[in-house]
Design a binder for this molecule. Structure first.
Ligand code: SF4
Length: 641
């Protein structure tokens, strides 16, 4: 069924065993000196072992002034060669090939990372990073061109099989090419010929460094998606110029930091959003093309290659979630492939959040492959897992895989808990894939599932388990506000579940993720919706790329928003709130919906006191948290019991 993606392909002198590519994705698993670590090797080696044909090392800084992240790998110094050589050897052990992406952030970084001012084609700040970069003078340009060549040479010495020049996503090479960021009036600015001077010099010097027989790929954003940015039509001309300069293949993506949500498209954007652009570049240049951008399904990858839209498919986030995707696809075990749900909570949210490193909601073992290794349990136990949401399912599956005898119960007759509700608002349906996969894998691991089965003290007494894992989730939080427990107040969960009918004029109390997504859902049903929120902005708890589209939809669909409003009383048809010491009232609503948050639901713990010695509480049942944290808790616990 999937033959095309498993056919070999040759780029210059490099032959790949298949068309499946791990694209460069920043993990921040390196060191502050830009070295490759064992952790990074373990992470990438798992993808080589799992069958990907080409593994691309993430944005590898060619110059210390070109770093975008604190622990990003680099090749600006010979001391960085040995780590890369170890990585190349690890990748080669499994028959895959290693490409190294040569990167300079230009203005898309921070002085806090660099310890100095960033540089760019012009002194024009990036709208996201906001710092004014220093315009490179001619000797500065020459120095960076040389650093690309030196880094290329080091990559070849270390045993890399190919290079990728990062000319996309608004980084330095892109900054020179685009009039959006290049306002120079010398020979590096103005006309297309002048703006192309920098990338052409980089390509020429890299070629000199590695020779004609070494594959050099160029990553390009087919559209910048910002006002004044490069369009597809302009990039087709640019791609032709680059191909004449000796590029062997293109890696097609989209966007710059000013259009960041398109670079790593969340579930709000269509799958394979760059496929037609990649095809246009392939047609314009006649060169092989890799396409990236929300390609999560093997069958979509197969269709892209078999119809000649592109030659190779970058399955970035899909490879994060399941390193064994190619191996499973080749064996026809499609249902076993752990799904990427395009949530961006770990891969982007983790990188841009306090941890500043890549993680994954669906696969908590990412970057922790050794820590979370599933090994046989030293003592096999009888384990009862209560609650079949994502945390309970994850715990049950792993415990069973480790040899424990596991019974998973839930009082509901369905899997998923609150996470199932989270998959109901518009565009969030991919989330349901996780629950389907977890339930399927739990059954395959030998978990006995009892849905529609409420666990009580008596049930536990009769079953006599050695261990109980309480993953009973949460319940809607009812704050101490007069009227909050009134019978005419519906919970957002009941609205999403279709248990609470709503009128035409709805007030949602709470503008976090649940409140905003419920508003989105109701607006799609053509209701009038007002959101009242205590903080100064909506959906603060939503990952940034996802939030961008959520807020855009709320705005486009006409949500009325009242911010900085602390509700002090809930009335029969509205609320009284305080803002800046003033009391104000919102009234005239026919439905009031509470989205104040979640309270833990763990009453079972005290009910079974004294009858089971080993009781663990995970996920929202312990304390409300994000799904990514709940699943990670489950993994941590289940790999240790
Ligand atoms: Fe996919 Fe979400 Fe994991 Fe990112 S965090 S790789 S989007 S499942």
């Amino acid at each position: 069924m999937v033959k095309s993606i498993f056919s070999p392909i040759t780029i210059n002198q490099m032959t790949l065993r298949n068309r499946l590519v791990v694209p460069p994705m920043v993990t921040n698993y390196g060191t502050e000196k830009g070295e490759v670590t064992d952790r990074l090797i373990t992470y990438l080696e798992a993808r080589a072992r799992g069958g990907f044909g080409l593994i691309t090392l993430e944005a590898t800084a060619v110059h210390p002034g070109g770093r975008g992240f604190q622990k990003q790998v680099g090749l600006w110094d010979d001391s960085q060669i040995p780590g890369l050589a170890d990585l190349a050897a690890a990748i080669h052990r499994h028959g895959a090939r290693l490409s190294v992406q040569l990167f300079h952030a230009g203005r898309q970084t921070y002085s806090a990372v660099l310890g100095t001012q960033s540089v760019s084609a012009s002194a024009v700040p990036c709208p996201v990073c906001k710092e004014v970069p220093r315009e490179l003078n001619l000797s500065g340009i020459k120095e960076i061109v040389r650093s690309f060549a030196k880094a290329a040479e080091r990559a070849r010495i270390a045993g890399a099989d190919a290079l990728e020049i990062h000319g996309a996503h608004g980084y330095l090479v892109n900054q020179f090419v685009s009039p959006y960021s290049n306002r120079r009036v010398d020979e590096y600015g103005g006309s297309l010929k002048n703006r192309m001077r920098f990338p052409l010099e980089v390509i020429a010097e890299v070629r000199k460094a590695v020779g004609a027989d070494f594959p050099v790929i160029y990553r390009i954003s087919a559209r910048e998606r910002v006002p004044g940015g490069l369009t597809l039509e302009e990039n087709l001309v640019i791609a032709r110029i680059l191909s004449e300069a000796g590029i062997d293949a293109f890696h097609v993506s989209t966007g710059v930091y000013g259009s960041m949500p398109y670079i790593i498209p969340p579930y709000s954007l269509p799958e394979g959003l760059n496929v037609e652009d990649a095809h246009a570049i392939r047609e314009a240049t006649g060169l092989p093309v890799i396409v990236a951008g929300r390609i999560t399904e093997v069958f979509m990858a197969e269709s892209i290659v078999s119809t000649g839209k592109a030659d190779m498919v970058a399955m970035g986030r899909a490879s994060i979630v399941d390193p064994d995707l190619p191996r499973k696809a080749a064996a026809g075990a499609f249902d076993d492939i752990r799904p990427c749900i395009s949530c961006n909570q770990g891969c982007i949210g983790g990188l841009l959040g306090p941890a500043m490193e890549m993680s994954c909601l669906v696969n908590p073992t990412v970057g922790k492959e050794k820590e979370f290794a599933v090994t046989p349990a030293p003592v096999k136990k009888k384990v009862m897992v209560v609650g079949a949401g994502p945390a309970g399912l994850e715990a049950a599956r792993i415990l069973a895989q480790r040899g424990h005898s596991v019974v998973l119960s839930d009082k509901s007759d369905r899997f998923g808990g609150q996470f199932r509700l989270a998959a109901l608002p518009p565009e969030k349906q991919p989330l349901a894939k996780l629950i389907r996969w977890q339930a399927d894998q739990a059954a395959k691991a030998g978990v006995t599932v009892k849905l529609g089965n409420e666990v009580t003290r008596q049930v536990v007494t009769d079953a006599r388990p050695d261990t109980v894992v309480v993953a009973t989730g949460g319940k809607p939080l009812i704050p101490r506000i007069p009227g909050a427990d009134a019978p005419w107040v519906a919970s957002a969960w009941d609205v999403l579940a279709g248990k609470a009918p709503t009128g035409q004029n709805v007030l949602i109390m709470g503008g976090g993720s649940v409140g905003c997504e419920t508003a989105d859902y109701l607006l799609h049903l053509e209701k009038r919706v007002t959101i009242v929120e205590m903080l100064g902005e909506l959906a603060r708890d939503v990952e940034s790329t996802t939030r961008y589209f959520l807020l855009q939809r709320l705005n486009n669909l006409g949500a009325n928003v009242v911010l900085n409003a602390t509700i002090v009383e809930i009335t029969r048809d509205g609320v009284i709130y305080e803002r800046q010491g003033q009391r104000q009232e919102l009234r005239g609503f026919d439905t009031l919906v509470a989205a104040f948050g979640t309270a833990p639901e763990n009453s079972l713990v005290k009910d079974i006191l004294g009858i089971v010695t080993e009781v663990y509480v995970i996920g929202d049942a312990e304390e409300p948290r994000r799904a990514i944290d709940a699943i990670r808790d489950a993994e941590k616990l289940a790999t240790r019991i």
